[in-house]
Design a protein around this ligand. Structure first.
Ligand code: BGC
Length: 446
């Protein structure tokens, strides 16, 4: 068995992580500009001011995509280039994205646009950011303007990238911009506004371009069975959708996003008991969408215990990535399957990859056998998901090139291409050539 013949292979990035040009052509500051310029918030004070300078070097990123042979590219459009303060329209902000989209199309590469990858305008944050419902309305307005602008050129959109992270890490844990530490009702308000933004964005994009396909990119607790037994598989499934029962912070759960977006209800948990959540709001959030995007990195291992699912601790010295994230390949099979069974929509892996301690070797090349080994393991399991009946349509590797890894700055390297931050040159790692052969053979070589 292999991947379906029309399976789509791609690579992914996000605006703030690669673009740089932080104050060019009228771009306004986002919460990440403020946060990264605040002492001690990011590793060594790294900022996205220059990042990979993709704003001036998209042609080089395009060469990278061409070398991989991928026919699909997922990238972000920065909200504050088009609406610098969240409200005032800046036509010049489109010039760069026009070039990106046109060059992609000329080269037979389909653009997949992420409408929100965490860059809330600072001006809106000053008014409360995600604590303020107005942020949702304005983000939807931006989404509609983008879809109208690219009508006839872009057919695939993602609304929010990982509310689990931009609310969970940004407003609950405080590790990410804007660095708030809320809990209870104020945290729920942020979450609910993000969910409303998703629904309103779907409506706005559909209105602007009825031919567009639209989905979301979700993350959160993944659970895999310890053994391939019915009991452990069932335990993993139950644990994965047990909101608030596992993990470090409240909102790191797939169904916190997917249940309201697709079922029009929040998980059954006291966190969501609030008069703020009305039937009318839930109807806005629950919009028909075309696909689910999953950002998959690592999972918990779970087994059936006497009193329900039990988390199995990782054994000492078990394999991890450079970021110390556990390596759990079977999530590509099980977690994709659990999501598909529950929500019954086509699934794309919109992010998957790892950070390695990459460097240029004496022979001038970047050898990254850890990445190749990781991907081989994960992609084999993804293939299994397809064989197991999951409607899995495509895979976007995270990331095309090394980039600004949020609070970890440039310390972490997720790219298939190495970026030398002194010269900004891109160089294919061994994994880039390896991934090219996966794309070429549609995964036959796995
Ligand atoms: C995010 C990316 C990030 C990646 C690796 C995801 O949570 O969408 O922006 O770089 O994971 O941490």
């Amino acid at each position: 068995m292999s991947f379906p013949t029309d399976f789509l292979w791609g690579a992914a990035s996000a605006a703030y992580q690669i673009e740089g040009a932080a104050s060019e052509d009228g771009r306004g500051p986002s919460v990440w500009d403020t946060f990264s310029h605040t002492p001690e918030k990011t590793f060594d004070g790294h900022t996205g001011d220059i990042a990979c300078d993709s704003y001036h070097r998209f042609e080089e990123d395009l060469e990278a995509l061409k070398l991989l042979g991928v026919k699909h590219y997922r990238f972000g459009i920065s909200w504050t280039r088009i609406f610098p303060d969240g409200r005032t329209f800046n036509e010049r902000g489109f010039a760069y994205y026009d070039k990106v989209v046109d060059l992609l199309l000329q080269n037979g590469i389909t653009p997949w646009v992420t409408l929100f990858h965490w860059d809330t305008p600072q001006a809106l944050e000053d008014e409360g950011g995600w604590q303020n419902r107005e942020t949702a309305r304005l983000l939807a307005q931006f989404a509609g303007v983008v879809a109208e602008h690219f009508h006839g050129r872009v057919y695939h959109y993602f609304t929010l990238n990982e509310p689990q992270c931009f609310i969970g890490l940004g407003y609950e844990a405080g590790w990410h911009a804007p660095g708030k530490t809320l809990s209870g009702a104020p945290l729920l308000t942020c979450w609910h506004n993000a969910m409303l933004a998703h629904g309103m964005m779907v409506q706005a994009v559909r209105k602007a371009d009825p031919s567009a396909q639209i989905g979301l990119a979700s993350c959160g607790l993944g659970c895999v069975p310890e053994r391939e037994s019915e009991a452990d598989i069932e335990a993993a499934r139950t644990a994965m959708f047990s909101f608030g029962a596992y993990g470090n912070f409240t909102l790191f759960s797939q169904n916190a996003f997917l249940d309201p977006a697709l079922f029009g209800r929040y998980p059954d948990h006291p966190f969501f008991d609030s008069p703020e959540i009305t039937k009318e709001d839930l109807a806005i959030i629950q919009q028909p969408i075309d696909f689910i995007g999953l950002n998959f990195y690592n999972a918990y291992v779970v087994r059936a215990g006497k009193n329900g699912p039990e988390q199995v601790p990782f054994y000492r010295g078990s394999p991890t990535t450079a970021l110390r994230w556990a390596i759990t390949p079977t999530m590509m099979h099980y977690c994709t399957k659990f999501i598909y069974e529950r929500y019954q929509l086509p699934v794309y892996i919109t992010e998957n990859g790892l950070s390695c301690n990459d460097k240029v070797y004496l022979d001038g090349k970047v050898h990254d056998p850890d990445r190749i080994d990781f991907l081989q393991r994960y992609l084999r399991e993804l293939k299994r998901a397809g064989e197991d009946g999951v409607d899995i349509r495509g895979y976007f590797h995270w990331s095309l090139i090394d980039n600004f890894e949020w609070a970890d700055g440039y310390k972490e390297r997720f790219g298939l291409f190495f970026v030398d931050y002194q010269t900004l040159e891109r160089q294919p790692k061994d994994s880039a050539f390896w991934y090219r052969s996966v794309v070429e053979t549609n995964g036959e070589n796995l």
